[in-house]
Ligand binder design. Structure first.
Ligand code: FMN
Length: 359
């Protein structure tokens, strides 16, 4: 198993959905950095379940610092943070002890490890992403001090898609007041209806999250295996429920012509910029100074309240299950802060030596 990510800003995640707690240890050259704990808490609150459009599990998700931060500064020791699991109800999961859920990791975990922690998805639970958020928030705060901003928003739920141009300011202003983290408030209402429709039907719905990294210095990314796309994809695919990622014009590049796709260069205030951003701010795996833009496809939640075909792995018999428990009807909504903070870890890791030298 692999629970550690990064080289310079190294993150190790621990915990299970229905265990004692979820946490993270962050290592690197971390001494003397100013940290406001309320910032980390705010990011956790953005990910918290318990709403109409998210899982009904009610958690306080209050961050506890076990080491590495003293008097608002990092001490240089590994930063260890955790949240307790408080609202645990494992009973509804008893029915999946021997009957793995279609679409979830129960069966593959059983194949690989000979068992699975059926309680709330164990290590495969979306709850483990709280660890990514805690570490990411630490990175994000440091990146913000270095004028690097990371913004994500939902651009599609089911077939409801944002079609108008969305500015960075739209994201900052509207996402916090949208129930589904969408920056277009009219579309947000239609997305809400789509989620509620699926939920009422005992079903779930997928979606797409767009993420922008603004202010990344030119020349970040280490070709060939640590290109920005490689490292971001590695991290983003570690978020459960992710089915795809595209950078810049992504899959639509396939139907474009070169003249249309090439981003023309121009000079403004002594800087080389591009007129369009089909490259998503990355050429040859290296940042070109334009915003890094990527989109992430999230699958519809697999735990749905419909009768489904499965197998009893003890008896090796086909059977049916009808799940209970508390689940997100649309993972894409809560994936927004997770993706922002996951990207923060990657960018911090890639530019850590620059940040450290600037202290
Ligand atoms: C924030 C977040 C919340 C999630 N909530 C649920 C959930 O309530 N129910 C569920 O079955 N899966 C949920 N998932 C997805 C599962 O964890 C994921 O589908 C499972 O681990 C299998 O991994 P895979 O989909 O990447 O193959 C969530 C994922 C994230 C990122």
């Amino acid at each position: 198993m692999s629970f550690t990510f990064g080289k310079n800003f190294r993150v190790t995640v621990f915990g299970e959905s229905h265990g004692d707690s979820i946490g993270v240890v962050v290592e690197g050259s971390l001494s003397g950095m100013k940290i406001d704990l309320s910032f980390i808490q705010k990011e956790l609150d953005r990910r918290k379940p318990g709403g109409v459009f998210t899982s009904r599990r009610k958690e306080r998700d209050k961050v506890e610092i076990l080491s590495g931060i003293f008097n608002g500064k990092t001490t240089g020791a590994p930063v260890t943070m955790r949240i307790k699991n408080e609202d645990i109800d494992s009973e509804p999961y008893d029915m999946i002890k021997d009957t793995p859920r279609p679409g979830h990791a129960d069966l593959t975990a059983h194949y690989k490890y000979g068992f699975y922690d059926h309680r709330g998805g164990g290590i495969f639970s979306g709850r483990v992403t709280a660890a990514i958020v805690m570490a990411g928030a630490l990175a994000k705060e440091i990146l913000l001090q270095n004028e690097i901003k990371i913004l994500a928003h939902v651009i599609q739920i089911g077939d409801i898609r944002v079609s108008k141009e969305i500015s960075d300011e739209d994201i900052e202003r509207n996402v916090p007041i949208s129930n589904v983290n969408c920056a277009d408030l009219d579309v947000s209402k239609r997305m809400e209806e789509e989620v509620l429709r699926a939920k009422k039907d005992g079903d779930s719905v997928g979606g797409i999250v767009e993420c922008r990294v603004i202010g990344v210095p030119i020349g970040i990314g280490d070709p060939i295996f640590d290109s920005i796309e490689s490292v971001l994809s590695h991290m983003i695919f570690s978020i459960p429920g992710v089915k795809g990622i595209e950078f810049g014009s992504g899959f639509s590049s396939a139907s474009m012509k070169g003249f249309q796709h090439n981003d023309p260069f121009f000079i403004r205030n002594g800087k080389i910029l591009t007129l369009t951003n089909n490259s998503g701010g990355i050429l040859g795996g290296i940042s070109n100074g334009m915003p890094i833009v990527f989109r992430v496809a999230m699958k519809p939640t697999s735990s749905i309240m419909k009768k489904q075909r499965t197998v009893n792995i003890k008896k090796m018999e086909e059977c049916e299950i009808y799940l209970r428990g508390r689940h997100d009807p649309c993972i894409a909504i809560r994936a927004v802060p997770v993706i922002e903070n996951a990207a923060s870890i990657v960018i911090a890791d890639l530019i850590w030596d620059k940040i450290y030298k600037s202290l």
